[in-house]
Design a protein around this ligand. Structure first.
Ligand SMILES: Nc1ncnc2c1ncn2[C@@H]1O[C@H](COP(=O)(O)OP(=O)(O)O)[C@@H](O)[C@H]1O
Ligand SMILES: [Mg+2]
Length: 301
């Protein structure tokens, strides 16, 4: 038996010269086991986590006869940001919508597989979907405040779910949520003005405050900065960084720079398959799948 416990021979770890079988001009070599994984359609990287908030196993989605998501197996961690990236139409939004059963609202959509939220099967018939969507809040590309006052936007969920008993408690909750998203000082004198009267960036923060008001565990964000100017986008990114101390966040973004800035873990999707997942820094500096590398180096997408 070879002794594996001793120090590694440094020569063994040195890169092979370019052109040697299995290497590319960059000198990087795809690990040989990936060929098998690629053929079998398995995801490369660490799909499983210890103590995940979400555990997805073999999740597939069909829209009528068309399969939009194929056998996605992925855990989602607590108190961290998972970025979902990939070319347009690869299934990122479809995957996100599985996590709070938003695909239920699409006629002809069929979701199969298993999705556990904190160990609980969210696809079970007895699942309370309204409660699920409070636990797993969603923020969309285009800010979508209700046609109500700023106050009533934030108070809406707590009223429906009866989270507060007195008006003073509700006032306090609205204030706290607006403070958390950095909006309180900007709106405290116009709480009864229309939510839709705010700027785009403020509206997006209002929508995040509305999600926070029902005490979520997870926040899903589908390209939350796509409709915002750079300063408003930077504010949202700062907010994501603060929120991840408390919440699990899954963000879909078409900006790889944004994924690299805000996330700790990244999932790369391609044609409905989860190709690779791993620590964000590793995935961007040393992608292990050819398709991931092609995408992050801008060869397509
Ligand atoms: N409501 C829908 N009805 C039918 N097909 C859909 C619907 N939503 C998405 N699709 C299809 O599913 C695939 C994945 O779409 P989507 O999840 O929106 O991708 P992404 O968010 O990565 O751009 C695409 O081929 C898209 O056309
Ligand atoms: Mg999308």
């Amino acid at each position: 038996m070879q002794d594996l416990s001793g120090p590694q021979d440094p020569a063994a770890a040195a890169p092979l010269p370019s052109g040697v079988l299995g290497t590319k001009p960059s000198g990087r070599m795809h690990a040989p086991e990936l060929l098998g994984a690629e053929l079998a359609g398995h995801t490369v990287g660490e799909t499983a986590l210890a103590d995940p908030i979400f555990s997805c196993r073999s999740v597939s989605v069909h829209y009528g006869g068309i399969q939009a998501l194929q056998n996605v197996t992925l855990d989602i961690g607590r108190a961290q940001v998972l970025a979902c990236i990939g070319p347009s139409g690869c299934g990122k939004s479809t995957f996100l919508r599985c996590l709070n059963r938003m695909n239920d609202t699409i006629v002809g959509a069929r979701v199969t597989g298993t999705i556990l939220l904190d160990g609980e099967d969210i696809m079970a018939k007895q699942q309370d979907v309204a409660r699920l969507r409070a636990r797993v809040g969603m923020v969309f590309q285009k800010p979508n405040p209700f046609p109500k006052s700023i106050y009533d936007n934030v108070a809406y969920g707590p009223r429906i779910h009866k989270l507060t008993r007195t008006r003073a408690d509700l006032d306090e909750l609205v204030c706290t949520c607006l403070q958390r998203v950095g909006l309180w000082n900007e709106v405290k004198d116009r709480l009864h003005g229309a939510g839709m009267g705010l700027s785009g960036g403020q509206q997006q923060r209002l929508c995040i405050a509305r999600a926070l008001a029902v005490q979520p565990e997870v926040i899903l964000m589908d390209e939350p900065c796509s409709a915002l100017d750079p300063i408003a986008s930077a504010n949202i990114e700062d907010l994501i960084e603060q929120l991840r101390a408390t919440y699990a966040i899954v963000i879909v973004t078409h900006s790889m720079q944004q994924a690299a800035r805000v996330s700790q873990r990244t999932a790369y999707f391609h044609l409905g398959r989860l190709i690779e997942v791993g620590e964000t820094d590793r995935l961007f500096t040393n992608p292990r799948h050819r398709l991931t590398e092609d995408y992050i180096t801008g060869r397509f997408g």
